[in-house]
Ligand binder design. Structure first.
Ligand code: UDP
Length: 242
């Protein structure tokens, strides 16, 4: 698969054209951003860890029948994926109160929710990703009603897979964000599944194992991500290029 020019450069990934119009390459960068790009840093090994974790988690959810854009891992930074038309909606699943949810309703972080909550946000950096509803999403043409229903169902399946998977390594899945894309009439899971877009707390201690370490200045994100890699793969992160 010949890589061609960069089509799009995002905050943590680059999208590269290939010689097949139906396929693109996703390249994970070491850049971290928070608060809509106001806080930035380069985090050693973040791209390689996220690439490996995204493959691991995507394969798990694919096994559970959730369709995904993922085709194959090309190398330690790059994945081959199907080109999709991204739906401008972020689908967030929450098991425990945290982040913007806790703030919005003035409740403590760490309160278990009686059942998983699915929220949707409008994907717009200019507006700071505002909370939305299915009615607004349909009205403004971001997605069809059946697509929203599908995304909610699939997000809840992904939640069950992730809770079980992380449970085996003593980690609680607090919340996470998914994005979906269209290929013709079909929707598939797109983007990444990585600790950049999830809250993961160590069971028992509540220690944060995700990007909140960077957002909230709680420690060394590079070390946090390498430790998470070790916990998931039961081996240290390989040296660069190996
Ligand atoms: N999230 C994300 N990208 C965003 C907003 C949220 O990946 O633009 C993830 C975030 O990492 C967390 C979950 O979605 O795991 C819920 O985030 P929340 O709405 O609480 O917002 P935050 O507090 O991160 O601003």
């Amino acid at each position: 698969m010949d890589a061609r020019e960069t089509m799009y450069e995002g905050k943590s990934k680059r999208v590269i054209r290939t010689d097949d119009p139906a396929l693109v390459i996703l390249e994970f960068k070491d850049d971290a951003t928070a608060f809509n790009g106001q806080k930035k840093a380069s985090i050693d090994d973040k791209g390689r860890v996220n690439n490996a974790i995204s493959v691991l988690l995507t394969e798990e959810v694919q096994k559970a029948g959730v369709p995904s854009h993922f085709v194959k891992r090309l190398d330690e930074r790059r994945l081959l994926v199907k080109k999709v038309e991204i739906i401008p909606v972020e689908v967030v699943v929450r098991n425990v109160s945290a982040g913007s949810f806790a703030k919005r309703y003035a409740i403590a972080e760490g309160m278990p929710l009686a059942w998983p909550l699915v929220e949707i946000f409008y994907k717009s950096d200019a507006l700071g990703d505002p909370l939305a509803s299915d009615d607004v999403a349909v009205l403004l043409g971001w997605a069809k009603r059946r697509e929203l229903a599908f995304m909610r169902d699939q997000a809840l399946i992904v939640n069950e897979v992730l809770k079980t998977f992380f449970g085996h390594v003593n980690v609680d899945v607090i919340d996470f964000k998914l994005e979906f894309g269209r290929i013709g009439e079909n929707l598939v899971l797109a983007d990444e599944i990585t600790p950049d877009g999830m809250r993961l707390w160590e069971r028992g201690t509540g220690k944060k194992l995700d990007k909140d370490v960077f957002r909230r200045d709680l420690g060394d994100l590079s070390e946090t991500y390498r430790n998470l890699y070790e916990r998931l793969f039961n081996a240290p992160l390989p040296a660069v290029g190996s």
